[in-house]
Ligand binder design. Sequence first.
Ligand SMILES: [Zn+2]
Length: 127
Amino acid sequence: MRHLTAGQHALLETALQQQLQQLDRRLAEHLGGATRAEHARSVLLQDSDDAPQREAERELDQALGDRDTVALGTLSAALARLRDTEAGRYGLCADCDAEIPFDRLRVEPWALRCVPCQTAQEAGQRA
Ligand SMILES: [Zn+2]
């Protein structure tokens, strides 16, 4: 991260920590919400035939939980890279070693790739 100043480094570390904390709170709320939904389902179970709708809601809960879990891993990994000043991999593109500009890192502090490589990666995933 030679292209990042100490001030930029500190700012990105703070941003990652804040996003991790927000995600932690959201996951906690999500788990609480699932418990409430579970209770509501058990109450409604015997007097309605909207099982397909409840199933869809359950799958939505599951998808949200999975996405947040993935985000938690992504943010944690970014914070670990940022703090590993010895390896110095933070802010360098995983594919081509280009320096990821601070302006991009400020928006996506977990970014692993420069914009051209990220675009290529996403195009490959869609193909
Ligand atoms: Zn790249």
